[in-house]
Every structure is written in structure tokens, then in C-alpha cells.
Ligand binder design. Structure first.
Ligand SMILES: [Zn+2]
Length: 456
């Protein structure tokens, strides 16, 4: 019934022309759109167009990466009828930094000045924001493409093999099929790498995965491709991308420790150094509760401890609940569940209780929670005394509590304290009578003045 009404209203709106429609009578004619990207500066968008009606508003619609819809940029240029070229520069310098390999689809839209419900939409153009600071070499495989600018072909081939093995193994573990290739950009120097991550990048990182653009940025100097660390670092980052494929949903990210824990567990296991770090932290009382590792990891010494704890917690899940429970937990996030829903369904206890169980498993004592506390009680009106300052409102549908449920003595005191607001019943008619008498008096007075020929 309600749905039928909505459809009916929408149809009526269309019939009345209340929604924008393309300029049918005198459309603007669009030529070929252009986009030129310069890394660290911006992207210049251009559009040749022949306009036949005065334009009241010019827009550029920009859909960045996998966004569900475009951002609308109002462009100040309102072309007059005739041939012209529209242009707009998207700033990507400094704090407006854009991660390289981000795809942007652009489309121009012109609204008629005479009838703002009518518009003309230009052709869509997709541009990739490339890191053009380097001459990239590329090697492609079935699941990944590796781009590098220092090192020989063997360097790229080895990086590709490590990447594809990690994707296959993690996809098999989590039971997902990867269909879209991943771009892996390998930087040779820290300055180059941090120039790609942009301002605000976390310190101590050697790789970062950007699932929304299926891109991975890594730091591997050419001489280190055979370093055992690289055989860990590359798979680690690719595990993140497969984790995203398995758990992605528009509502809620899984806790970061679960994502990082799986990446470490898959790429190097729960190894001696991590076990030692967790053991020491448990003994010294400095173990961070998992609740504190759901978002960004801490800086400094605790940054590394956070990774050790993450893999320890994943190891605990596998040992206690089995590998299938771990897979069920990660994949259940794809249904948009909360942390507690996901943990309760997969492991039988909510996330906080799981964190306590893990603390007990590693022999740690949970720290006292410091954080927001109730504000101290301030002065309250006399009528509220005895209620703790709170006046409760009955829930909808609850039985009327009646006068006895209120602080009746306090309420009567409050009323008694303001007698001017109340009075005998005959006061209201008397006030009305006096008001009417004054109005009648004023009218009679004006008439007398008018008949006497006074000033108008
Ligand atoms: Zn990671």
C-alpha cells in the first residue's frame, strides 16, 4: 500500500516535470572530454562544447574510485551560447593529496538558465592519477601487476610471484575468488614511498594496501628483493586485499587487529619475536586490550606490539575455536554485522568477552579502564531533589503512573511558590471584559476625532 503511494507520487513528479531532464529542445553538443594528470599538482579536466541556450549552472561530476556516486563540483564558468571549452583543475597538492593509481570518472553537466530543471550531460571520461615521477616498468600476471622503477626484470618477476602466491593462498583460505587484478607499485627509496603515501602517513610502514582502488604501495630497495623480509612484506600486504574482498561491507570495518593479525599469521605465522613481545607485555602489565586496537595502531614502541598482539589473538582463535571459525568470523562481516554480532555468531562470545579470554590465555591481567566518567552532580531545582536530577518520562505504551508516581510534595511546593501564574476562576472572564471595554473605548474615541475633522 505504502509502496504504491510512493510509486504514484514519483510518477506524478515525472509527469509534472519536477525532476531534472536532459535538454531536449536545444541540447548542448559535447565534444571529446580531456583529462591531464600531473602527480602532486592536479588533474586538468577539459570539455569542448557547443551551447545553444544560456547556461545557469555548470557542474563537473567526479566519481572517485569505487564511490557509490559522484561528488558534484560547481564550476564558475557559465558558457554563453556558442562553441567553447569548459575547464576545471582538481588540486592534488599538499593536503589535497590523492593516492596514486586512483581512478576518477568525470562528466560535465550544464543546466539551462531559463529552466533549471533541464540539463545536458556530457560523455564520461575515466582518468587514472598516475605517479609520473618515475619511469615505471610493468609485469602482469593472472592476479596482479607489478610496477617498479629500480631493478631488473628478475626483480619484477620475483615480486609478482610473491604477490600472486599470497593472493591464491589467502583466497583459498577465506574461500573467495579474486577476479580483479591488483596493482603493486614498488618504490626504491623511503622519500619516494612517503611521497606516494602523502602527508599524515604512519611512520614505520613499508607497505600499504588501498582496497578501494585495488592498489598496493610498497618500499623495497632493489638490493633487498632477496631479503627474507621481502618474502614476508609483500605477501602481508596482499593478504589485506583478499581480507577486504572477504569482509567488505558498506557499514562497518572489521577490527584492525583481526585484519593485521591475519596478514601476519599468513605471511610469517605466530613466530618467536611476536610471542616474546606478547609474553613480556603480559608480564609487565603493558599488554594493550584488543578494544584499543580496533582502529589506527599506536605510534612508537607500541606500534610493533600491536602487530604482535594481533597475530597472537588470531593464533588464539585458531587454537581455541578452529580455523573454520576464523574464516566464518572474517566472512560474516560481509553481511554488515557489528563486532559483537560477528564474534557471537562465529565464536559464541562477544568481542569484549573474547578480549578477556585472550588476556587470560596469555596470562595477562586486564588493566583498569580509564576513560569518561559520569560528571559530578551539580545543583538541581528543589522540585528535582530526590530524583538525582533526572525526571523520567514513561516509555510509550507504559501504564499511566498516576499522580502518586511523581514527586508530589515537591511539585505542589513548586506551584505554591509561583502564585502569580494561577488565580481564581473568575479572573479570566473579568480580564476579557476589561479588554473588550478598552477596544470599544478606542474605536469610539477615533470616530469622534474623525467627525471633528482632525488630522488624517
Ligand atoms: Zn598490515
Amino acid at each position: 500500500m505504502r509502496k504504491g503511494l510512493v510509486v504514484g507520487v514519483a510518477t506524478l513528479a515525472l509527469l509534472l516535470g519536477l525532476v531534472p531532464s536532459a535538454l531536449a529542445a536545444s541540447p548542448a553538443t559535447f565534444g571529446v572530454p580531456t583529462a591531464t594528470s600531473t602527480y602532486g599538482e592536479g588533474i586538468d579536466f577539459g570539455q569542448a562544447v557547443v551551447v545553444d541556450v544560456p547556461v545557469g549552472r555548470t557542474e563537473l561530476l567526479l566519481t572517485v574510485a569505487d564511490a557509490i556516486g559522484p561528488e558534484v563540483v560547481e564550476v564558475s564558468d557559465r558558457p554563453r551560447p556558442g562553441a567553447t571549452t569548459l575547464s576545471y583543475t582538481l588540486d592534488t597538492s599538499g593536503p589535497a593529496h590523492l593516492i596514486p593509481n586512483t581512478r576518477i570518472t568525470a562528466q560535465w553537466r550544464l543546466f539551462s538558465a531559463d529552466d533549471p530543471t533541464k540539463f545536458a550531460l556530457g560523455p564520461a571520461l575515466t582518468v587514472v592519477y598516475e605517479d609520473d615521477r618515475f619511469a615505471w616498468q610493468t609485469v602482469s600476471g593472472e592476479l596482479a601487476r607489478v610496477h617498479w622503477y629500480k631493478g631488473d626484470a628478475a626483480f619484477g618477476a620475483k615480486a609478482l610471484r610473491l604477490a600472486e602466491d599470497a593472493i591464491r593462498e589467502t583466497a583459498d583460505l577465506l574461500g573467495v575468488i579474486e577476479t580483479e587484478s591488483v596493482d603493486f607499485f614498488v618504490y626504491a627509496h623511503p622519500d619516494d614511498f612517503y611521497g606516494a603515501l602523502g602527508p599524515g602517513a604512519h611512520e614505520n610502514v613499508a607497505g600499504t594496501a588501498y582496497a578501494s582502488i585495488r592498489t598496493l604501495l610498497g618500499l623495497i630497495p632493489p638490493g633487498e628483493i632477496d631479503d627474507p623480509l621481502v618474502a614476508v612484506r609483500i605477501p602481508h600486504e596482499f593478504v589485506h586485499l583478499v581480507f577486504d574482498t572477504a569482509s567488505s561491507n558498506p557499514y562497518h570495518r572489521p577490527p584492525r587487529w583481526l585484519n593485521e593479525g591475519l596478514a601476519v599469521y599468513q605471511s610469517e605465522g605466530y613466530a618467536g619475536p611476536d610471542r616474546g613481545a606478547v609474553k613480556n607485555a603480559a608480564r609487565s602489565g603493558s599488554l594493550i586490550p584488543l578494544d584499543g586496537l580496533t582502529g589506527q595502531f599506536p605510534n612508537g614502541r607500541d606500534f610493533f606490539l600491536a602487530y604482535s598482539e594481533s597475530v597472537a589473538a588470531v593464533d588464539f582463535i585458531v587454537r581455541t575455536y578452529g580455523p573454520n571459525a576464523l574464516v566464518t568470523l572474517i566472512r560474516s562481516y560481509a553481511d554488515g554485522r557489528t563486532d559483537d554480532e560477528a564474534f557471537t555468531d562465529a565464536l559464541g562470545l562477544d568481542m569484549t568477552t573474547f578480549g578477556s579470554a585472550w588476556f587470560a590465555d596469555v596470562g595477562a591481567t586486564e588493566p583498569t579502564k580509564d576513560g569518561p566518567r559520569p560528571a559530578p552532580r551539580g545543583p538541581v531545582p528543589a522540585a528535582w531533589e530526590g530524583t538525582g536530577g533526572l525526571i523520567s518520562t514513561p516509555a510509550p505504551g507504559a501504564a499511566n503512573p498516576g499522580p502518586s508516581a511523581r514527586p508530589s510534595s515537591d511539585a505542589s511546593t513548586a506551584n505554591d511558590a509561583s502564585p502569580a501564574r494561577e488565580g481564581p476562576d473568575w479572573l479570566i472572564p473579568l480580564a476579557l471584559l476589561i479588554g473588550v471595554a478598552i477596544v470599544v473605548g478606542v474605536i469610539l474615541g477615533r470616530r469622534r476625532r474623525a467627525s471633528a475633522g482632525g488630522p488624517a
